[in-house]
Structures are given as C-alpha cells and as structure tokens.
Design a protein around this ligand. Structure first.
Ligand code: ADP
Ligand code: ZN
Length: 611
C-alpha cells in the first residue's frame, strides 16, 4: 500500500505537505478526531482526501456548497480517484445511480449535502458499507454564532448515532472564534479531537487599503496593471455590481457579473464564464465565491468596504490560491461605513434566536464593523492588523502591504487634536464624525444652520485642512482611544479620560501621515514569478491546457493550475522523470497529459537552441 507521501505525489502531484496538513493526516490515520481551522487556500481538502485514499472503506464529506462539490469531484476524478456527490442538483436518474454505486462500494470519496444525511434511502445505502471517515467541511455552519448557521448541519450527530458505529470525524473551517470552535466540538460530539489552527498569513498576497477620490478612476488604474490576469471585484450592493459591470463592459473589458438578484440560469452561466476563463473579470456581491476553487485569481478588489474582517479576509483570500503573487485592494470611502450600518440595522432577524440573543449579535456586528473601519484607515502594517485580529502574533512590518510600502512622514498634530477634542466637548458630545468635521471646517450646510452651530467657538477652526485630513485625524484619535463612538444607529463621538492630557497640553501627539502615494512605488516590488518566466512558452502551455479543458468540459485549472504551468516553464522538463518533478504533476495526470505537454516543451527547447 502507498504511504501518505506517495499518495500525495501520485494522486495530487505535490511533493510535500504544507504546514499543518501532515499533522492532521497523521492524526486521522491514527484514528483520532480532528478540528482544523485553516484559512481559505491553505489546503484543507488534502487533509481528508489523503487519508481517504489510504482507508479501505469510504469517506463521506459533508459540504453545504453545491458548486464546490462538483468542482472537487471533477478534480478528484481527473486525478484518478473514484468520487461522486449527492445533492439537489442531480436528476432523479443520476441520484439513483449514485445510490446504487454507494451500495456497490464503488466510491472512495462521496460528497453529500447535509440535508441528505436524514434521507431514508441514503441512510439505507450507508448501512451496507463501511464509513471510515466523516469529514465536515465549513464546520462553522453548525454554530448559531457563526456567520452562516445551517440547521441541516444539526443532522450530522443524529446520522452518526444511526450508523451504529463511530467513524473518525474531522471538522474543517476557515474562520472560527473560540466560541464557534467549542460549538463545533460539542455539536459534532468530537472525541478528544486533534485541534489545529494554522497560520492565517498568506505571504503571497499583497494587501492595499486606499481611500480614492474617485473609486471608478482608481479601479481603472488598477485594472490597467492586470491586463492579462483574472480577478474579482466585490461591491456591496446589486445596484453597484450592475453599474460597475456595465461601465467596464462599455469600456471593452472582458467582464461578467454575479448577484443573488439574477435569474438562476444567468447566474450560473456568468459564474461558468468566469470559472472557465471565458470572462476575465467578475463583478459580484458577496453572494459570489463560496465554493469557487478557482486557483488563478490574481487580484481581488473591494469596491466597497465589507462588513467585517472575517468577510474581507475570506473574499480577499480567493486571490492567489495557487501560491502565486496576487494583490488584494480595498477601496474605502466613509459612505461604506454608513451602508454597512444600515445593513446591520435592517438585517433579517434569525428566527432561531431570541430577541436578547439578536441584540447581542447586533452589538457584535457593530463591533466588527468598527474593526473593519479601523483596518481601512489604518496607517500601520495591514497584514499585522489582520493577523492580530485573528489572534496571531505577527511582526509589525511585512514589507508587502500598501502601508509598509508607502513612505510616511511624522507630523505633530497636537494642536489639531486639541481643536477636534474641544469641538466634540463643546457641542455636548451630540454629533458624529461628519458633523464634527463640518463644524471644524466651517461648513454652511443645512444642519449646521439648523443647530445654530456657526456661532460655536470651534466653528471653522480647521478651515485650512481638507476633509480627508480632518477625518484621518478623527479616525486616528478614535483608534488610539482619545475619543470613542457611542450609540449605533446614530453614532456620536465622545471624549475619553485619556484625552485630558492632550487637552491640557501635557501630551504631544505625533501621527504618521502617508506621503501621497506614487503608484509606481507600489509596483516596484512586484517580485512576481511570472516576470521571470518565458511568456511565449507559458502562452503555448496555456493554449494546450485550454484545448484539453474544452474537450473535457472542465475548467482549465482542473487540468493543471497556473502555478503548475509556471513551474513547468521554469524547470523546463523534457523527460517523464523531470516532468514528475513539477509541482502539481502526479502519476495520473502524467499519464493523461504528460506526453502532449512534453511535446511542446521539447520542440520549444529545440527552436530555442536553433535560434
Ligand atoms: P482550502 O479548502 O483550505 O481553501 P484547498 O484544499 O482548496 O484549500 O487547496 C487550495 C489550493 O492549494 C489548491 O489549488 C491545492 O491544489 C493547493 N495545495 C493544497 N495542498 C498543497 C500542497 N501540499 N502542495 C502544493 N499545493 C497544495
Ligand atoms: Zn505590512
């Protein structure tokens, strides 16, 4: 029998496990339950797929994501693994066929939607076979506290009870707070599970947070840097998705859109156009992406700030899944905060929760939104901000985010801070950021007139500053705890104890301010491996991959990922052994495609030598 490393190479083409994977595989192989928290793109699937191929019986994978199942099964089948899925997308005939194959013991890995676990003919089919491992994907769905609670996940424990024996249970998720982790362990009745939380850092991702004057212009500037690449643009509302999609389309970009308001067929078509590389840009709401395992996404742009860092990191994390250099850019405006506040205030109540519990959740949502806002306006390392949020220690300089890469000057803002603090105090701590900013800048808008604020002693004290400068300083004072926001629906600013020292001139405040960012500065360090490969060879390999993928009706990355093709260009194998050395080439794929890829590599080699 193959050992774990041989399985990894033979079926998946990888020569080494990534951080954390091997420990999980070992625990499962020794019969221990597992609870694994790993970020998107870390490689959770291999943790159960490798043991699955080493057990005699079958592995069931519970997953809520219909599209993911199809993808995973596609990919596994391509790798020579007998796999199938059971969910609502199957026709009756297909369903009956899978059930009868289960009875015959025809599969090593079976993906099932949680609803199926309670269905009689599925239970009956399971009674005759041996389930070695039950893997639970997106395990946070079992928790009321998680982002996406699914009642059908509660079927899992009952299903196990009905089996009459206890398979190994391994739970996987990308985001889990301590509460959610405990919930998962308790609800799945895990037995002394091997717990692992791997690093959340994704070193190949560059993080950028920008507050542009004009978002669309900024978007165009960014898209110009990615002309040959594939990317996702997230917007917070359907309307924005439509508007941005249309404008890009008019400008001739290869673009498609996705949101929950589109008809099913259209949505499906658009998703496939993107997954199959027929369209290069996807403009979407957060409804898009769950279960999309597209490995060659080179950038994710957030046209609006999302509601919390969990969402942001999950969405941004869809870039660079194959390990290649990728960029995650957040375009922030103060308006995004208000949109999100509105969404929290008007969110559908979860009927499974009491009114008191819902209040707790709402307060939590506001708290998360506040952290997200801090991120968007942060002047320190963005990566360390995120890692810190997820409870991970990180150095405060990463060298690969817009803050680490832009230059700062230190500015003494003591006097400005005093003006801001007095303004908040003297107006009775009744107003929010926008109003305070307007008063200080001497604005003459209707509300100022209505509240007779123009006679205020601090009115117009900061006329010489721009709105952005005043806002930055207010954000900074809040971040550092000199002021705080009170109330949620109509947030008002209040001065804290800590501010007294500043107000009485006993403390000086120095703030880092970004020198205007020259876009060029951000581009220099593009240590992109793609820069060092032969582009025309890569193009040929991609064309071949496209041809194979089309003829099989699968997405291109299912044949070989971009990272694999890049590695091929760099290693330039001309023999079977050398080709096996390329990351992502396993025995099965070698047999399927080895020869045709080698043909290109060999002729390419020759023409190069001749010229
Ligand atoms: P997750 O489910 O954690 O989001 P996946 O299991 O989909 O991540 O894996 C993400 C990507 O990483 C896939 O393209 C996969 O082929 C690749 N990958 C996983 N494990 C390894 C490994 N040990 N070596 C190289 N690539 C890997
Ligand atoms: Zn940084």
């Amino acid at each position: 029998m193959l050992d774990k490393n041989a399985v990894l190479k033979q079926y998946f083409g990888h020569s080494a496990f990534r951080a954390g994977q091997e420990q999980v595989v070992d625990a499962i192989l020794q019969g221990q339950d597992a609870l694994c928290v790993m970020p998107t793109g870390a490689g959770k699937s291999l943790c159960y797929q490798v043991p699955a191929l080493m057990f005699d019986g079958i592995t069931l994978v519970v997953s809520p994501l219909v599209s993911l199942m199809k993808d995973q099964v596609n990919a596994l089948t391509q790798n020579g693994v007998k796999a199938a899925y059971l969910n609502s997308s199957l026709t009756f005939g297909q369903y009956a066929m899978v059930i009868s194959n289960i009875r015959r013991g025809a599969y090593k890995i079976l993906y099932v939607a949680p609803e199926r676990l309670a269905v009689a003919d599925f239970l009956d089919a399971c009674s005759g076979i041996k389930i070695d491992l039950l893997a639970i994907d997106e395990a946070h769905c079992i928790s009321h506290w998680g982002q996406d609670f699914r009642p059908s996940y509660l079927n899992i424990a009952d299903f196990v009870d009905l089996l009459g024996y206890r398979p190994i249970i391994a739970a996987f998720t990308a985001t889990a707070t301590a509460e959610v982790k405990d919930d998962i362990e308790y609800s799945l009745k895990l037995k002394a599970p091997f717990r692992i939380t791997t690093g959340f850092d994704r070193p190949n991702l560059r993080f950028e947070a920008i507050r542009p004057k004009n978002k669309f212009d900024e978007l165009l500037r960014i898209l110009k840097q990615h002309t040959e690449e594939v990317g996702i643009i997230y917007c917070s509302t359907r309307k924005t998705v439509e508007a941005v999609g249309e404008k890009l389309n008019e400008l001739g970009f290869s673009v498609t859109i996705y949101h929950a308001g589109l008809e099913d067929a259209v949505r499906k078509q658009n998703q496939e156009d993107f997954v199959y590389d027929r369209k290069h840009i996807m403009v979407a709401t957060n409804a898009f992406g769950m279960g999309i395992d597209k490995s060659n996404v080179s950038y994710v742009i957030h046209y609006n700030m999302p509601k919390d860092i969990e969402s942001y990191y999950q969405e941004a994390g869809r870039a660079g899944r194959d390990g290649s250099y990728a960029v995650c850019t957040l375009l922030y405006s103060a308006r995004d905060v208000r949109t999100n506040q509105f969404l929290i205030e008007h969110s559908e109540p979860n009927p499974a929760l009491t009114v008191a519990q819902q209040e707790v959740l709402r307060a939590r949502d506001y708290e998360r939104l506040k952290k997200m806002t801090f991120y968007s306006t942060a002047i320190t390392c963005l990566r360390s901000f995120i890692l810190d949020y997820f409870g991970e220690k990180a150095p405060n300089y990463c060298g690969n985010c817009s803050n680490c890469l832009s230059q700062f000057t230190e500015v003494d803002i003591t006097v400005d801070a005093q003006k801001i603090l007095s303004c908040i105090k003297r107006t009775g701590e009744r107003f929010g950021k926008k109003m305070i900013c307007d008063i200080l800048r001497g604005s003459m808008n209707e509300r100022i007139m209505k509240f007779r604020l123009a006679g205020q002693t601090t009115y117009g004290l900061m006329r010489d500053r721009s709105v952005a400068q005043v806002r930055d300083m207010i954000d900074y004072l809040e971040f550092e705890g000199y002021i705080e926001t009170r109330g949620n629906e109509y947030p008002t600013l209040a001065v804290t104890q800590k501010a007294n020292a500043v107000l009485f001139g006993q403390e000086q405040l120095v703030m880092k301010q970004a020198k205007p960012k020259a876009p060029a500065v951000l581009k220099v360090k593009k240590g992109n491996i793609k820069e060092t490969v032969d582009r025309s060879l890569l193009a040929e390999l991609k064309a071949l991959r496209r041809k194979i993928a089309d003829s099989k009706g699968v997405p291109a990355y299912v044949v070989f990922s971009d990272a694999t093709l890049v590695d091929m260009c760099q290693k330039h194998p001309t023999t079977v052994e050398e080709l096996l050395d390329v990351s992502g080439v396993g025995r099965v794929k070698l047999e399927l495609y080895g020869e045709i890829f080698l043909q290109i590599l060999r002729t390419y080699d020759r023409t190069e030598k001749e010229s």
